[in-house]
Each structure stands twice: as structure tokens, then as C-alpha cells.
Design a protein around this ligand. Structure first.
Ligand code: FAD
Length: 355
């Protein structure tokens, strides 16, 4: 059996290293910097996983829950099998002990002995149950889509044209885990940061709320708490009337707020007669893909089986972010990439063993 993996990011590299452990033949195709998003994750520290998960961390996506329910423990066994040892912070986020993304990428690459083929795949042709890719590659017995999304890329984006050949439903990508573009009213506090309680509201209904640091910009807001809220925002059917409410003085341990709030922000609130508990900022949209950590969108989960093969073709698999699965910040997105690679590996391994 020969497997063609398209994409050498988190999921593609993980699958390749697992196939090598069982001597299963494969070809790995990649355009762009190998493992680029692994390197970027956790600000270069590699927030590789989380020590637990809830459905809500994945916006209750049933495929994500299924894959994690089946492979959560195996993710850590996989890390250990490679010699990736982790530590966990107070909030459950997991990092390699080195706190270096580069060390994770180095270890994954150390376990891959084949040359990664530098090519942009844009077509997958099927003939007599074998697959042929542009560039003259093939015959291949199985194809694994591990191309991720266009998050953090500038135009022109890499090709997803191969999806047309697979006749699969694809939900357009939208940037997620990204800052909000807001009204220019907050320009006066651009550059300031504040620990706040933030609420995403729509028509006065609370969509999601959490605490965290907000960074104010000329035309928007960012920070981890805002990125998380952007995930909830992108899951809203309609974006109309979405507003962020910021409470600068939510910590009951500090009944007075003068020493808590940066003077620049405090002056702005006082001058504009705004309550410290409720600065309302209407959302105009989100920043572009270039600034996003992930995308909502991808191959519709109704198109894949529980083992991540396509319903229309059981020899083609999809894993990681090319699937319409996204999660909040905290290691959950990389965890899904690894867990889904493990699922695909198990399926391929079973098939070989049952032959
Ligand atoms: C700045 C940043 C910070 C992040 N921080 C975290 C974090 O702290 N924790 C966390 O869990 N997640 C984080 N993420 C998200 C996480 O990195 C991704 O969800 C994860 O890497 C997705 O893995 P993947 O294997 O699906 O795709 P990717 O890792 O994106 O890999 C896909 C690969 O396929 C290649 N490719 C795409 N199309 C083609 C084509 N047509 N032909 C050939 N090759 C192609 C790409 O160039 C890429 O190398 C972060 C992302 C970014 C951008």
C-alpha cells in the first residue's frame, strides 16, 4: 500500500511519522515552510495540546468530539513514543518542556526519513482505484488531505482546487481566533492593554463571556480573550448587532479601580462618560486571514465517516484543519490535528492488518 499525504503540517507530519514506525510506504507533499504553524503556536513555545477537553471547546462539533473521545489518550502516548515530554500550565495548556516549538518540529522531522516533496497539489485524478497527483505523482492507494486552512496566510493562498476532483461539500473558510475590527471610537486608547471581563452580546443576549487581556488598536481589539470571542462570533448564524462589552473593574478583590486601569483608558472612560463596567464596542467584522490562528470552514463534516474517510471515497481521508472543525485557544486545535492523524493511522493500520 502507498499513501499520499498532502500537507506537512502538524497532522501530516504526525501521520508520516506513525506510518514510518510500521514501515508503511507513503509520499508526503508540501508547499511552503514545513511545520510553519507548529513553529508559530503558543508564541513559539508550542501550545501542543490541552490536558482535558469539553465539547464546548470545539463549539460542540460532533466530529471533533468523536475523534477526541477515541484518541485523546493516544495523543499523549504518541508524544511519548517520539520523546516529546510536556508540562502543563495552571489553565491546562500543555507545552514541550523545552517551551520551544522548534524542538517539537525537530523531533517530528527526525522521525521522517523520506524526502518531503516540494509541490503545490491542485489535482487528484482517480483511475482504476489508484490516485494520481499533478506533477506526475502516483499511483497511490490512499490519499490523505492534511492541507490545513488558509489562516495566517497572505494572498495568493495555496490551491484547494483538488477538492473539486473529490466532489465534496466545502464550507468557505472564514478567519477565526482573530481580532475584531471595531468602530474608530476607541482610537484614543490605541496601544493600551487591560485585564477585563469581556462579553460577546447579540441583541442583548450573552453569547459568551470570559476574562483576559484586551489589546486596543487603532481600529480594533485583540488578545487571547478576544480571539476566543471571535470563534463564538464566527459560529453565529447572523453577525448583525454583535457587540463586545468590556468590564474594566470586574475583580471584586479591588473595590476601587484607579490603580487597576491604565490612566489612558481611565481618562478616556471619564471624558466620554462611560461606566468602567460597560464599555460597549460594536463589531464591524474580524481581521483578515493573515492575522487569524485558525479558520472556521473546510470540508463539511457530513461528508466524512467516523474514521475520517470521505463518504464518497473510502480511500481518501481528511484530517486536521482542512475539516470544518475549529476550537478556542489553548492547544485544542493542535490536539485535534494530532488526534485526527492518529484516527487515520489506526484505520490504515487496521486495513493492512486485516488483509
Ligand atoms: C500564529 C498561529 C498560532 C497558533 N497557535 C496555536 C496554539 O497555541 N495552539 C493550538 O492548538 N493551535 C494553534 N494554532 C493552530 C494550529 O497551528 C493549527 O490548527 C494546526 O497547525 C493545523 O494543523 P494541520 O495539520 O491541519 O495544518 P497545517 O499545520 O496548517 O499544515 C498544512 C500544510 O499543508 C500545506 N499545504 C496547504 N495546501 C497545500 C497544497 N495544495 N499542496 C501542498 N501543500 C499544501 C501548508 O503549506 C502546510 O505546510 C496556531 C496557528 C497560528 C497560525
Amino acid at each position: 500500500m502507498k499513501v499520499g499525504i498532502i500537507g506537512a503540517g502538524a497532522s501530516g507530519l504526525a501521520l508520516a511519522s506513525m506510518l514510518e514506525q510500521l514501515n508503511i510506504d507513503y509520499m508526503l507533499f508540501n508547499k511552503g515552510k514545513i511545520g510553519r504553524k507548529i513553529l508559530a503556536s503558543g508564541n513559539g513555545r508550542c501550545n501542543i495540546s490541552h490536558n482535558s477537553y469539553k465539547g464546548s471547546d470545539y463549539f460542540d462539533n460532533p466530529l471533533a468530539i468523536h475523534i477526541l473521545d477515541h484518541n485523546f489518550k493516544d495523543v499523549f502516548a504518541f508524544f511519548h513514543s517520539l520523546g516529546i515530554y510536556t508540562k502543563t500550565d495552571n489553565e491546562g495548556r500543555m507545552y514541550p518542556i523545552s517551551e520551544s516549538s522548534q524542538s517539537v518540529l525537530n523531533i517530528l522531522l527526525k522521525n521522517i526519513h523520506k524526502k518531503i516533496i516540494d509541490i503545490e497539489i491542485d489535482s487528484i485524478r482517480k483511475s482504476n482505484d489508484k490516485y494520481y497527483l499533478n506533477g506526475g505523482y502516483g499511483p497511490l492507494d490512499k490519499i490523505v488531505l492534511a492541507t490545513g486552512s488558509i489562516a495566517s496566510f497572505k494572498k495568493p493562498y495555496l490551491s484547494f482546487d483538488f477538492l473539486k476532483d473529490l466532489d465534496t461539500k466545502f464550507n468557505p473558510f472564514v478567519p477565526s481566533l482573530v481580532g475584531f475590527q471595531t468602530t474608530k471610537k476607541i482610537k484614543a486608547i490605541a496601544g493600551a492593554r487591560a485585564k477585563c471581563h469581556c462579553t460577546l452580546l447579540q441583541n442583548k443576549n450573552i453569547i459568551h463571556e470570559e476574562d483576559g487581556e484586551v489589546i486596543f488598536k487603532d481600529n480594533g481589539i485583540s488578545g487571547i480573550v478576544i480571539m476566543n470571542l471571535s470563534g463564538y462570533y464566527q459560529h453565529l448564524k447572523s453577525k448583525a448587532d454583535a457587540v463586545i462589552k468590556i468590564d474594566f473593574s470586574y475583580n471584586k478583590d479591588y473595590p476601587s479601580y484607579e490603580s487597576i486601569i491604565q490612566p489612558k483608558i481611565l481618562n478616556y472612560l471619564l471624558e466620554n462618560n462611560i461606566d468602567v463596567h460597560s464599555l460597549y464596542i460594536p463589531i464591524l467584522g474580524v481581521y483578515d486571514f493573515e492575522f487569524a490562528q485558525v479558520c472556521k470552514g473546510g470540508i463539511d463534516i457530513s461528508m466524512v465517516n467516523d474514521n475520517l474517510s470521505l463518504k464518497k471515497d473510502k480511500n481518501v481521508f481528511a484530517m486536521g484543519e482542512v475539516l470544518d472543525v475549529d476550537a478556542i485557544c489553548g492547544g485544542y486545535n493542535l490536539m485535534f490535528a494530532f488526534a485526527s492523524a492518529i484516527e487515520v493511522f489506526k484505520e490504515i493500520k487496521n486495513e493492512i492488518q486485516n488483509k
